[in-house]
Design a protein around this ligand. Structure first.
Ligand code: NAD
Length: 280
């Protein structure tokens, strides 16, 4: 599954919407010097600029206090020029991630991490959905993978990938099993699955012999190893699977494209007065 190609299509469509809206502001906040986070923020800015957004890049030292960070979030919440606001994770240990994410104005929460957006997704009425899970579903749709009634296994139960992916799959009428670090016999679950989403962070955890022939396999993992960047899925799975999203070039580019899509949708939502029937 070519995530880079689909991402190009999504980004071109987003650029058209930005041109129509006139101004779309995306503000990013990065605390500290985590090298991977710096790369992700750089990629997001490049893509946002190419799509015609007006991105603003807030970089704070690792020593920033929680209250200083909260002040910046409040300022960006109130900034009319900012349609989307994302705080890059992970945050330094002395900052309570939950407190910061809850401080983001829900209608600007383009990472879909505020409990209000997570709650809407859990209720089956999604508002702003986290970009990576959205990218996984978009890839499956692009390649015509039937989700209704399909047996799907999501490996990983994080709030940013595993749980929202599972919820999106349920919403599409798939039968969903969530596997995690305490799952007994992962291979037995995987062998039954028509669709696998691996979001673990363990290099090449999923091997060919665990996968049902013809299955669609989405590899979300990003693992830096001595062999370079590898996913959670062993490349040998390509011999067995019907479809496989590669690392790099699969979910990664889709995450960025979906962040831009979320930002445009957040801009429209806010301009239309926010969530219908609620008071964010
Ligand atoms: P996380 O560490 O929050 O969650 C990992 C999950 O894997 C946990 O729920 C844990 O229970 C499960 N797990 C751990 N060991 C396991 C095992 N042996 N068997 C089964 N399950 C096991 O990670 P995350 O934030 O969800 O990210 C997962 C991976 O996806 C990471 O490699 C991350 O870098 C990558 N990621 C990629 C993108 C992208 O855009 N491509 C975006 C987000 C995350």
């Amino acid at each position: 599954m070519d995530g880079a190609a689909l991402a190009r299509k999504v980004r071109a469509a987003v650029a058209g919407e930005v041109a129509e809206l006139g101004h779309v502001g995306l503000a990013t906040v990065l605390v500290g010097e985590d090298p991977a986070s710096q790369v992700y923020i750089g990629l997001k800015h490049k893509a946002a600029t190419e799509a015609g957004f007006e991105p603003t890049d807030h970089r704070l030292p690792a020593s920033t206090s929680q209250s200083e960070l909260l002040r910046l979030v409040e300022e960006l919440n109130g900034d009319e020029g900012v349609d989307g606001l994302l705080v890059q994770l992970p945050l330094p240990d002395h900052i309570d991630e939950g407190v910061v994410l809850r401080a983001i104005e829900p209608v600007k929460d383009v990472d879909g991490v505020h409990p209000m957006n997570a709650g809407f997704l859990a209720l089956g009425t999604p508002t702003i959905v986290p970009a990576t899970p959205r990218g996984c579903i978009a890839l499956l749709d692009e390649y015509g993978v039937e989700l209704e009634g399909a047996r799907t296994v999501v490996i990983g139960r994080s709030n940013i990938v595993g749980k929202p992916v599972a919820q999106l799959l349920v919403q599409r009428n798939a039968t969903v099993t969530i596997c995690h670090s305490r799952t007994r016999d992962l291979a037995a679950h995987l062998r039954e699955a028509d669709v696998v989403v691996a979001a673990v962070g363990r290099p090449r955890l999923v091997k060919a012999e665990m996968v049902k022939p013809g299955a669609a396999v989405i590899d979300v993992g990003v693992n830096r190893t001595d062999d370079g960047l590898v996913g959670d899925v062993d490349p040998g799975v390509a011999e067995v699977a019907g479809l496989l999203s590669p690392v790099p070039g699969g979910v990664g580019p889709m995450t960025i494209a979906m962040l831009l899509q979320n930002t445009v949708e957040a801009a429209r939502l806010r301009r239309n007065g926010g969530y219908p029937g609620s008071t964010p």
